[in-house]
Ligand binder design. Sequence first.
Ligand code: ZN
Length: 480
Amino acid sequence: MALEMKQWEHGTDSDDDQDEIKTSVVLRSNISNVPVAFQIDVKRKTGVCSDCLLLQVTNCQSNVIFQSFLRHGSTSRHRSFNCPSDILKTPLVTVTVFSVQTKEVNKRVWYKVKNGGKTLSKLVGGVTINYMDITLQPLGTYLDLLAADTKQVPYQVDVISISPRRYMLTDLKHKEKHTDTFIITLYQIHPPASWIMFHRGSATTYEIPFDLKPATQYKLQLFRVRTEHANDDMYIGYSHSTVTTFITHMTKYEVLELYNKAAHFLSNSPPTLTNISHFYRNKSEEYFSNIMRTDGVMHKYDKNWGGDQASTLNKQVQGLFFSAAVDPVTRLPPDVSYFGPLRLHVPTNVLLNNNINMYFSDFYCHYVNHKVQLVFTVKGSPTDDFCRQRLVLVDQTNNPFLTRVRCGFTEIVRVTMNVTVEIFYTEDVPVRAMVCRSNVFFTTTKQKGNALVMVNGIPKNKNCRICNLDCFLLAHAMIS
Ligand SMILES: [Zn+2]
């Protein structure tokens, strides 16, 4: 069998993505009796912004992945590669062609996909010719080039943020014998973009070598492969991952956009500030009795997945949630809670004082009420450093959400009643010691709803036009 790829390209030699490329793939049976089962010939014309082609052949049943590059400027534009015989165990293959541009910074190389196309083909054995036409479309709209056959398997992989726009893949492990490389395909949903990266060697982490767009949804797919001919960039693999979706964190700019949206929302109704003396936290009786039975300290833990899905705090910062919300009628904390029937009240000056920085981190809603999330950090702490890079520092004496106002020798804390103000306090709270000093106390409230769901966090309402980032609303409209 031979596969011959011809490409006709129209357009200028520019960096725009609008080059129209037609690729013709011809599968021919190999009449000669050479031991290779399948041969691929690639032909292309030169002169567009992409500088090489990636060809991917996935076999639906034996799950062989065959990938190869044709480089621009190689001595011959017509090249042949041997493909393993098991590609022909089944006649059905998916052929995907990526037209890519090579990027290199600090000796790290990756490929930006400029155009792509894929087709399913049934290879007919014997002395036959199979014609396939693949039109390589510019990635101006989302193209689903992800591999999706029945043998995809979940790979253990996690994507973590290592600086405001940089991300790292972790847990990369070679499970099958003889694989030495991960091929990583990354898709940005809106605006559409795609990259292909190669991670060689046994390191279990891979830093994506370029900035990702903040607050944006990405899809990731991995291929465990074996390098067949290093010089030809030819790889063979027997599995590929299911698709992992992740959303990049907001940077300071997106958080500022949410801050402005929250401030604008509050400016539309008359200010209703009320004085509060305590912040409070509702949990189950078991939660508090466990604390009192052990070291008496309420330990901080990872933020749940509630609020904005791109929240920079998700899985990054530890803390404890408190509320500053009051009932607009009674001006007291509401007598019901979603989080548990026991309520701990802590004086405002214990959690918010001159040693504390206050950051705005989120504005969101689930159904009706809008919520603003503020983060309290101890000045100069590692969490404070983290938040300073990513969140909006709030003037504690002048902001629309929660203020400290000097009043003679005392200080008054005021909170708006037009949104629910949540506090994420990023230190441990020594409850037992505080109870002994009797400046904190417990009350009981009625439990409402399912506490476990609330504890895990409810994602933000994606359809709300008041509290979603403009880029999310745009991407959401494009997908749905
Ligand atoms: Zn909303």
